[in-house]
Design a protein around this ligand. Structure first.
Ligand SMILES: Cc1ncc(COP(=O)(O)O)c(C=O)c1O
Length: 375
């Protein structure tokens, strides 16, 4: 590092690794000369954006003015299904921004957060930026170990994150267990329930808002990036008490939600057909994966989301590269704290078949390789 930068850089950032996004389609085209790679690496909606949202964006007449800052209509629309108020809803430039705001508002250097291991990497990254301390509690059988997480809470704990369903494992916690956990947490600890994949869960999953009703120091995060197919416009939202919403709003940038995002989301929320098709595609895709994995003799965690975490008999990074060479982009579990597994997004039926064909073929090869090569 340049000597001048060494003095400049915040202490908490020394040794800080850059964020690694998944491999892009263009990169695979360029590197392997594959014309149509199958991208199952970023948990996006394989059916694309809600057509209603796209149509609404195309009708935008101007972008020359600053949009409204508080988006009361959109917040009211998001509050209504729960009988909540506008004051209970906070909007972000992606739910990623809301995670950052939690740290900006609540976490001082030396404060602690408690998270699962592995879970969504951003919780730890944002904590590192502000000089907080992350206590990582290993999952049990791929699921948040809520008893151990409760035991990890100390007087220094400010925030506990439960990602439900969890990225990268796809698992969810039991509804009663989460409610019991929420009640047992000290009242002055913020419980963040990140539900980016909530819409994919069946009726047995937790609705984080039910937890908010029994425990005011709770923030439930949702996103338009997944089931609504709107990752590009960057829009996330959260449900919390008016006090918590007010503090998050105080530390955010003005006009953090761009007009195209607000317009698209309002339209997408009414697109019941796109939502139903997306859920149906996911249910069928998860079943397709489950039956293929059984035949192939590999195990995956039970998934409540739109991706699966499947075991491979070689190093995950090597398995990822072998699939890449065949034009299938997945995520290596190595970089996600999940060695020995791949994270594979549910695609269309054809995309799933393309992955399964390459995967089945490679599995046969991997299983015949001598152990010392694959260790
Ligand atoms: C757990 C979790 N939270 C949030 C997000 C999405 O964030 P955003 O709304 O910023 O796109 C993701 C996307 O990968 C995620 O896996």
């Amino acid at each position: 590092m340049q000597p001048s930068l060494e003095r400049l850089l915040r202490h908490s950032l020394r040794g800080f690794a850059p964020y690694k996004p998944g491999t892009s389609v263009d990169e695979v085209k360029r590197r392997y000369g594959i014309e149509h790679p199958v991208k199952l690496s970023q948990n996006e909606n394989p059916l694309g954006t809600s057509p209603r949202a796209l149509a609404a964006i195309q009708k935008i007449a101007t972008l020359s003015d600053y949009d409204e800052d508080d988006h009361a209509t959109l917040r009211a629309r998001l509050a209504a299904p729960y009988g909540l108020e506008v004051a209970n809803v906070v909007l972000g430039h992606g739910s990623n921004e809301l995670v950052m705001l939690v740290f900006n508002a609540f976490v001082d250097p030396g404060d602690e957060i408690v998270i699962g291991k592995p879970t969504f990497s951003l919780f730890r990254k944002d904590c590192d930026v502000v000089g907080g301390r992350t206590i990582e509690v290993p999952l049990r059988d791929g699921v948040h170990d809520l008893d151990a997480m409760l035991a990890a809470v100390t007087p220094k704990t400010k925030v506990v994150f439960v990602c439900d369903p969890n990225n990268p494992t796809g698992t969810r916690v039991e509804r009663d267990a989460l409610a019991t956990f929420a009640r047992a947490l000290p009242a002055d600890v913020l419980l963040v329930i990140d539900q980016a994949y909530r819409e994919y869960m069946d009726a047995s999953g937790t609705d984080g808002v039910d937890i908010l009703r029994i425990r005011p120091a709770t923030l439930v995060l949702r996103t338009a990036s997944k089931i609504y197919g709107l990752a590009s416009v960057r829009f996330g939202y959260g449900y919390a008490s008016p006090e918590i919403v007010a503090w998050l709003n105080r530390v955010r940038l003005p006009f953090n939600v761009a007009r195209p995002a607000a317009v698209a989301v309002l339209a997408a929320l009414d697109d019941k057909e796109h939502m139903a098709r997306s859920i149906d595609n996911n249910v069928r895709g998860l079943a397709q994966f489950a039956s293929a994995f059984e035949k192939l003799g590999v195990t995956a965690y039970p998934s409540a989301a739109n991706f699966v975490a499947v075991e491979v008999p070689i190093k995950a990074e090597d398995a990822f590269l072998a699939l890449l060479e065949r034009g299938v982009i997945v995520r290596s579990g190595d970089g996600l704290g999940m060695p020995g597994r791949l994270r594979v997004t549910v695609g269309t039926e054809a995309e799933n078949l393309a992955f399964l064909a390459a995967f089945g073929d490679l599995l046969a090869q991997w299983r015949t390789r001598p152990l010392e090569v694959i260790a």
